[in-house]
Ligand binder design. Structure first.
Ligand code: VGL
Ligand code: ZN
Length: 204
């Protein structure tokens, strides 16, 4: 149960999409096991927002777009370092759809990200150049939301970058690690957990 004033509190559910679940193109271990718990949280919050990773075919974060590159290698883009991924969450495909059991009907906003071919977006607030806003910060501020609770996929990428940006923008932030699952490459889970802790993110 959320401990904060319901009226100024939002639950942001990150990327509960088929491609991040077992059988998907960028499957996160246990990705589907958190859906029931997330549905319970959705019931308890007055305000629910979903994010949806939403890439055009041939997206620059796909290893297949870069000749001779393999998934999980790093490349340098104009905006800095970028991990390459298997093709995933391509706009309009089954893989980009929400998991069939996710209770998404209550959501007031679905924020899509990663739809610009030349730039990836882990965070729900800013694309990976850390400059291009998605509009979510303005949406929350305009609606008087002060506290955000985040859960979903993946803990060490989209959940973590969203949490860090939310904290940097002055929102109170809680992450639900038990209702999130990690990709965990090259120690990314530990790195991002400590970055979140240092940024004042609360865990519940
Ligand atoms: C994600 C890698 C690529 C995520 C999205 O949702 O964490 N990770 N695209
Ligand atoms: Zn993606």
């Amino acid at each position: 149960m959320p401990q904060h004033d319901q009226k100024n509190s939002a639950f942001i559910v990150i990327d509960i999409q088929n491609d991040f679940c077992p059988g998907g193109a960028l499957a996160v271990a246990g990705g589907d096991s958190i859906v029931a718990g997330i549905n319970q949280e959705i019931e308890h919050f007055d305000h629910v927002i979903l994010t949806q990773d939403w890439h055009p075919a041939g997206h620059s974060s796909f290893a297949s777009t870069h000749e001779g590159r393999e998934p999980y290698e790093m490349v340098t883009m104009s905006y800095g370092k970028q991990t390459l991924w298997p093709d995933h969450c391509v706009q309009g495909t089954h893989g980009a759809e929400f998991h069939k059991d996710l209770q998404w009907t209550k959501a007031e906003l679905v924020i899509r990200k990663g739809y610009r071919k030349a730039i990836d977006s882990y965070s729900a607030f800013f694309e990976n150049d850390h400059m291009t806003p998605t509009g979510l910060g303005g949406y929350l501020r305009e609606r008087g939301i002060k506290h955000v609770t985040l859960a979903g996929l993946a803990t060490d990428f989209c959940v973590a970058y969203s949490a860090l940006d939310a904290a940097a923008q002055g929102f109170k932030v809680t992450v639900l690690p038990d209702l999130s699952r990690a990709i965990d490459i090259g120690g990314s889970l530990q790195t991002m957990m400590s970055q979140m802790r240092n940024a004042g993110v609360a865990f519940r």
